[in-house]
Design a protein around this ligand. Sequence first.
Ligand SMILES: Cc1cc2nc3c(=O)[nH]c(=O)nc-3n(C[C@H](O)[C@H](O)[C@H](O)COP(=O)(O)O)c2cc1C
Length: 196
Amino acid sequence: MKKLLAALLFIICCNTIHAQQSKDIQLKAPQKKAGAKVMQAFNERKSTRSFDSKELDLQTISNLLWAANGINRPDGKRTAPSALNRQEVDIYVCLKSGAYFYNPQENKLKYISDAQCLQRNAPLTLYLAAKVENDIWAYVDTGIVSQNISVFAAAFGLGTVPQGRMDKEKVREALNLPQEKQLILNHPVGYPAKDK
Ligand SMILES: Cc1cc2nc3c(=O)[nH]c(=O)nc-3n(C[C@H](O)[C@H](O)[C@H](O)COP(=O)(O)O)c2cc1C
C-alpha cells in the first residue's frame, strides 16, 4: 500500500512539473543590432503612465529583457553592471497569461502562476526584485536595470515608468517571491496610449 501511494505521489509530482514546464515561454534570440541611436533614445526617454492595449510581440519582449539584464558575454556577465558582480537583480514578468521568471541563461520565461499582476493596464509589467545584503548595492544595481529598461523603451517607441509604489503583499503573492528577495521597482511597458 505504501509503495502504491509513493508511486501515485511520484506520478502526480511529475505531471505537475511537466504541466508547469509546458507553460514556460521560450524567447527568441535577442536582436542585438536593432534599434535607434543611443543619443536619440536619451532624447526620447520619459515616463509614460497610459498605455495602448496592443500586445508586445515575443521578439520585442526578448529584446527588452536582454537589454534590461541579459547575458552579453561568454563569461555570463550582463548588459547591466552590478556591484561586485553580484548579479542579484531578478526580473519577474507579468503578462495577461500570468506571472513568469526571466531566466537569462535559458532565455526563457519560466511559468510561475496564472496570477494577474499587470500595472496601469499595460500589456506587460516587469518587477525588479533582489536579495538585499547589508549595504546599498542591490538598490543601486536595480536602478541601473531600471534605466536600461527606460532607454530601451525610448529607443523602440515604447512607454514605461519606473514605479516604487505598488501593493507589495499582493505582488509578492502573485510572483511567489522567495522570502529573502525584496520587491524594489516595477515597470509597466507598452505602446503609449494614442491620445497622450
Ligand atoms: C526610483 C523611482 C521611483 C519612482 N516611483 C514612481 C511611482 O511609484 N509612481 C509613478 O507614477 N512614478 C514613479 N517614478 C517616476 C518619476 O515620477 C518620474 O521619473 C519623474 O516625475 C520625472 O519624470 P520623467 O521620468 O518623465 O523625466 C519613479 C522614478 C524613480 C527614479
